[in-house]
Design a protein around this ligand. Sequence first.
Ligand code: C2E
Ligand code: CA
Ligand code: CA
Length: 585
Amino acid sequence: MDELHYQIDLLSAMNEKLGSNEKMYRAICDTSMNAFLYYNFEEDRLELLGNWEHFFDMKISEWKDVAKIYDRVEEKYVFPLRDTIFLEKSGKERRVQECRSADQRIWMDCEVTVTYNEDRKPIEKVIRFCDITKFKRQNDELSYLAYYDILTGLYNRNYFVRILSDWIGKAKQENAIISVLFVDIDDFRKINDGMGMIIGDDLVQQVGQFLGELREDKVIVSHFNSDLYCIAIYNPCGTRSVEHIYHTIKERMKTPFVLAEGGELNISISVGVAEYPEAGSSAIELINCAEIVMFKAKNKGKARIQYFDAPILNEFLKNVEMETKLKNAVAGDSFMLFYQPQFDVKSGRMRGVEALVRWKDEEGHMISPAEFIPIAEKSGLIVQIGNWVLKKSISSFAFWREKYDYDMILSINISAIQYKKQDFVGRLMELLREYNVPPSKIELEITESILIDDFEEITQKMHALREYGIRVSMDDFGTGFSSLSYLKGLPIDTLKIDKSFIDTLTTDEATKTITEAMIGMVKKLGLETVAEGVETADQLAYLKSIDCDNIQGFLLGKPMPEKELIQVIEAQAEMVQKDFERTMM
Ligand code: C2E
Ligand code: CA
Ligand code: CA
């Protein structure tokens, strides 16, 4: 009897425990955001637990109604969901299927777990619905960021490269052609710096939107960064041809872009084109080649299209190599200065010298500044080179002045980038003080191209130089936009007539007329003239007859190292001394 009581107590205690466990599990299920369906195969018993209403607007109490769930999900998920819910048919124990509600409100995971007995007969099944909407949204945002550019909504660089790489794989098999167009807004930096980033972004967005309209099957458009876009066309032809797309771009550029901030902006666009397989066999190679030729289009005057060709690439590679060498040269000590004398036509005396930089590369080759200065300008190395030229030439000049007591001018070529540096005037004045050189003996040679950018700022600096007494000379006159009228307003002391005029001076009547008129007008403006590149006695005689003040050229002296120049200075100083003695007699 006791035993029986004991058994009864034990059972009721166990029941109580079971009851409280069940309560606990129920509470957990009901407060969870998930919905559960429990199904017992043997008893054909179904129970719903948890937050069922969150997922579906109905409940079921019998297994035969389970199909009602399918009506509540998007059609394309019905079949995979059914296979998951009837997991026991595949004999599997667990599977998860992602699906979305029919009203597209909720993304959910449906997780099914089936337990089997020893004979692999299903006993129980638990189906759990879990809301993954938030996770999916975050995921979508992340993948958007991974593939698209936020500003324009176009593909970003990475995704573009990925698609292009896939295309190349396909093109290899299909013997297809792929055109890559590198598209760049001309003078974008000026717009961005001058009008502000908001307008810059607005423009980038609008151009992006316009280029986006060129998208079609087998035409992809991407925004790399700033004002750089890239288009790829698989097997270009018809409306998908490069010519057609470029024509559409050119036509669009004829009308201005209306800015959100108000106002309109006229822009032009340069395009570089490289094609698979001609220009490269990888996405990066093609993009790089297209970019290189795009820069060529800019150099040729912008607003144009440039197709890839091998000489352009070779020139680019040569420049890259030179830039690397130039960097090492700047760090080391590979530059030297040559000096070319300038002579006063009337007196025959040396007026001064022009400092001309020379570069001896690692292999000992002398490289012409005409070749390396443009590369130094592009890479910014010109500033360091220019500073070296200033210091070296001014210190040598100070030494000659002191030693030979010969009054002359030192002309130094100044690149636009160097001139525009904020501390340019300050540095120069510091050097002149350090070496005790009067500013009036220094002449800076600048070219007209310097004036294109910011006329106001540039001329202000010229006035500042002028106030210190430093001379300014306009170099290569006649090769730029050369309007005599703008010279009137500029604080310039000297004008150098470009060699191209001197070359044909004695053979071409038109050049004669122009040069004569030029010198006449320049003199009226009170400027000094220097004719450069004088190679023959005839040229010299003619220049003398039209009243040119000074000449510089191979006829009277090639650019020479300091040692040789010193001999010329000594000879000149001696002549002055003799003249002086003669007049004293
Ligand atoms: P540039 O300022 O027009 O210099 C004159 C160039 O013409 C020099 O070439 C000179 O050697 C050459 N030349 C002078 N007379 C004659 C002649 O009678 N016949 C011929 N055929 N040529 C003559 P170079 O020294 O090769 O300099 C080329 C250019 O490099 C210069 O042209 C100048 O723009 C630039 N450059 C040279 N040195 C510097 C420098 O220190 N800084 C900067 N920024 N540019 C420099
Ligand atoms: Ca010069
Ligand atoms: Ca010149």
